[in-house]
Design a protein around this ligand. Structure first.
Ligand code: EPU
Length: 419
């Protein structure tokens, strides 16, 4: 298994291009199943999770062609087998995103129930309950969600918890249902909005995306389209923290600054000077050590759980004490234990971490446990004294396109070593 080796101590400087958003590309690729004609999707990030989703579509008989620079063409007309096998779902929970489209388009779906997860229980009860309320007959058998329906019927759905993929699954199902569906307490994440725009470009009728109430008027059919995936706000935030933690100056381009408000506010609190253009952000730390920041994760537009680990890394070397409260997932602190191995001073109390910044971390071998946890270890490695080896980096390849190349472009001494 590949490892990343990082020699810490370089203040990052330069420009990096942000890729398309993983968490928008995945639902959009699943959403192509709704169409009755070919769909092309561009700005798709070249990531392991995207490859898994494409493989999943392929297994169903869908024709997928990957062109230059990940311009993906999907022809769902040959869809034969509305089935998502355990062997794929267990490697990527986001496979659950095919459930809504399959039930809506084929009237049946057999989708493996995702099992345990490294960051929390992550049940899918809200996805299932919503489809049942729309008339699907669903039972769990042999580890599979077996759903059957004639045409789904519009319904008023009040989601018990704000769920991103739950909102997306139900929105996709409702797009082809008979009549109107109202989803209350919907997720407002930009990725939900991108999916709604995509569906509307196929002829869908979704209003209210970006607010907590979605109104979806079901249509008889959705046709082919072209869609450009929005930039990844989590990758954006991660490179900005890389600039901040190293005392450097980093400009990210091809991004959406308006999706980064909560993250930019915390970076300013940490002492960064931030300049923003129409599709770029520049962070300048002027060689200074960051100040500790307090973080509380919550659904968009509040501070994203997917940036929690990266700010934890920032706090480990900041001046002062920072408190991090994780409210979305109950077990998303594994990186804290690894960062302690680098000399970080972290006290854990349930879902709160209290981090006292130290002047220096010291390199050590560490292990990535999930995607964002691995990003935080890379960030810590950038400032640790000596060489940090990060194992199990397949986690990072699920969500960050060529991270070692992008960081090296900013001056980091990082390399991938085949294991
Ligand atoms: N929840 C339920 N029941 C459900 C669905 C969710 O109780 O049926 C709970 C979850 O257990 C969690 C909370 O609701 O406590 C919110 O989870 P959500 O459903 O929003 O998470 P998700 O849709 O499974 C997406 C992203 C995650 C990101 C979260 C939160 C995708 C493909 N994944 O997951 O991304 O952390 O939203 O913003 O969009 C990542 O990219 O590293 C990642 C984990």
């Amino acid at each position: 298994m590949d490892k990343l080796q990082i020699q810490g101590g370089v203040a990052l400087e330069g420009e990096v291009r942000i890729s398309g958003a993983k968490n928008a590309a995945l639902p959009i690729l699943a959403g192509t199943l709704l169409a009755d004609g070919p769909v092309t999707v561009s700005n798709v990030p070249h990531l392991q999770d995207v490859t898994t989703m494409i493989e999943l579509l392929g297994r169903m008989g869908v024709d997928v062609t990957i062109g230059e620079r990940m311009h993906v063409e999907v022809d769902p007309t040959a869809l034969r087998e509305p089935y998502a096998p355990y062997e794929l779902v267990k490697t990527m929970r986001a496979s659950i995103l095919v459930l809504g489209p399959l039930v809506a388009r084929c009237g049946r779906a057999d989708v493996s129930l995702p099992g345990g997860c490294a960051i929390g229980a992550r049940p899918v009860n809200i996805h299932v309950a919503g489809l049942q309320a729309m008339g699907a007959d669903i039972h769990i058998e042999g580890g599979y969600i077996r759903a059957r329906a004639s045409r789904l019927k519009g319904a008023r759905l009040v989601l018990e918890t704000v769920t991103v993929t739950g909102t997306e699954n139900l929105m996709m199902a409702a797009a082809l249902a008979a009549g109107e569906t109202i989803i209350e307490n919907a997720a407002r994440e930009p990725e939900v909005v991108d999916l709604a725009n995509f569906i509307n470009s196929m002829g869908g009728k979704i209003r209210g995306a970006g607010t907590d109430t979605l109104v979806i008027e079901g249509v008889e059919r959705l046709g082919g389209t072209h869609h450009d995936v929005l930039p990844d706000r989590i990758e954006s935030g991660t490179y900005l923290v890389a600039g901040a933690i190293t005392g450097g100056r980093v400009r990210i381009k091809n991004t959406r600054p308006d999706h980064l408000d909560a993250v930019l506010a915390k970076l300013r609190d940490a002492g960064a000077t931030i300049a923003v253009g129409d599709n770029w952000v520049e962070l300048d730390m002027r060689g200074r050590r960051p100040q500790s920041v307090d973080i509380r994760t919550a659904p968009y537009p509040a501070f994203p759980t997917d940036m929690q680990a990266q700010f934890a890394a920032l706090d480990t070397v900041a001046e002062g004490v920072g408190t991090i409260v994780e409210t979305i997932f109950e077990n998303r602190f594994m990186h804290m234990l690894e960062m302690r191995r680098l000399g970080a001073e972290i006290r854990l109390e349930g879902t709160t971490a209290i981090i006292r910044g130290v002047p220096k971390l010291t390199a050590a071998p560490v292990m990535a446990t999930d995607l964002r946890a691995s990003a935080s270890l890379v960030l810590a490695g950038l400032v640790a004294d000596g060489r940090t080896d990060i194992e199990r980096i397949y986690h990072i390849d699920r969500g960050y396109e060529t991270i070692e190349e992008k960081l090296a472009q900013l001056g980091a001494r990082i390399r991938r070593v085949p294991g």
